[in-house]
Write a protein that binds this ligand. Structure first.
Ligand code: FAD
Length: 289
């Protein structure tokens, strides 16, 4: 079933879960054990990220197909870096042949040292990919990414909002946001889409903070920002109680953030699990859904 429809019909609030495919086959048993542990959250859907390079993309396909076989509503991420229409059509056919009916359509990032102009292939923007998927597999579920703080390459905040609305209007069913820590950014993103007449569900993406190092790494990769007050709180927790105290402070923050998002009418929460079930389970227990 298309995830957009599932979200509209779901009992709220719900969790959805994002995983990345393990690089090595030997890591698969631990990976699937983590997925099974997170079944306790009764995820509305699960998604699997898509990496650069052929073997990583095969891993995405294999893992998404296995999650679908295990009875989960599974969605593969798909980027169009260097891709031609035939590559995308073949990937979509394989997904469908394996019982995967949903895809998160993304542009992706150019390989290190390249510009998007030199790396892009046949699809320049995600909206082009969304149109192609809609034409090739008309009844496939399509999600896209949305950015509460603007995408780092955006010329202006307003233009990024406009382009987000455009890719949704091109045929996507729902959006999942980049991680963020200030709920007002999510509220402003949703309001700007509604003002433009785009009424699809926007699922907020929440990152459980595992450690200060991991947080710094993720922020530098995705260009999201963190309020100074929260960062200071995490540093103070680290000074007082080390890594464990950082996780506890991060957990308490995530629970507050999720409650505020629910009060704002967010349809559910997309957890960036980083394949680590522990904190996600605790968050779910604390927020109580
Ligand atoms: P676009 O929507 O194409 O936007 C990219 C930039 O182009 C933005 O600045 C936008 O404002 C601008 N733009 C868009 N349309 C136009 C236009 N018509 N004219 C001018 N400018 C325009 N990456 C991976 O490699 N693998 C993954 O699995 C993955 N999963 C992700 C999951 C989520 C939920 C999110 C939020 C991101 C994910 N990413 C992933 C990262 C994503 O690929 C990058 O953020 C990428 O830089 C942008 O992708 P996009 O689909 O948002 O691009």
């Amino acid at each position: 079933m298309r995830i957009g429809t599932l979200i509209r019909q779901a009992e709220r609030p719900f969790f959805s879960l994002e995983f990345f495919p393990p690089a090595e086959e030997s890591q698969l048993p631990a990976f699937y054990a983590a997925v099974e542990e997170l079944r306790a959250l009764r995820p509305l859907f699960v998604s699997v990220t898509y990496g650069a390079g052929g073997s990583r993309q095969r891993n995405t396909l294999a893992v998404t197909a296995e999650l679908a076989r295990r009875g989960l509503t599974a969605m593969a991420h798909l980027t169009c870096v260097g891709a031609q229409p035939g590559d995308i059509a073949a990937f979509l056919r394989e997904l469908r042949g394996n019982g995967v009916d949903n895809v998160l359509a993304l542009r992706g990032d150019p390989p290190k040292g390249q510009t998007w102009e030199s790396a892009c292939g046949a699809f320049r923007h995600t909206a082009d990919l969304v149109r192609f998927i809609r034409e090739t597999e008309p009844d496939m579920g399509i999600g896209v990414a949305a950015y509460p703080a603007p995408h780092p390459e955006s010329a202006t905040f307003a233009l990024d909002r406009l382009h987000t609305a455009e890719k949704l209007a091109a045929g996507a069913d729902f959006a999942i946001t980049q991680l963020f820590f200030d709920v007002r950014e999510y509220e402003a993103l949703v309001a700007s889409l509604r003002e433009r007449g785009v009424d699809v569900p926007v699922v907020p993406g929440i990152l459980p903070i595992q450690s200060l190092d991991a947080l710094r790494r993720v922020l530098s990769l995705c260009g999201a920002n963190i309020p100074g007050k929260l960062y200071l709180e995490l540093e103070e927790a680290h000074a007082a109680g080390g890594a464990e105290a950082v996780r506890e402070a991060g957990l308490a923050f995530a629970v507050r953030q999720i409650r505020r998002l629910m009060d704002m009418g967010a349809p559910g929460i997309h957890l960036y699990t980083l394949n680590k079930p522990g904190l996600c389970r605790r968050i779910a227990e604390e927020v109580g859904f």
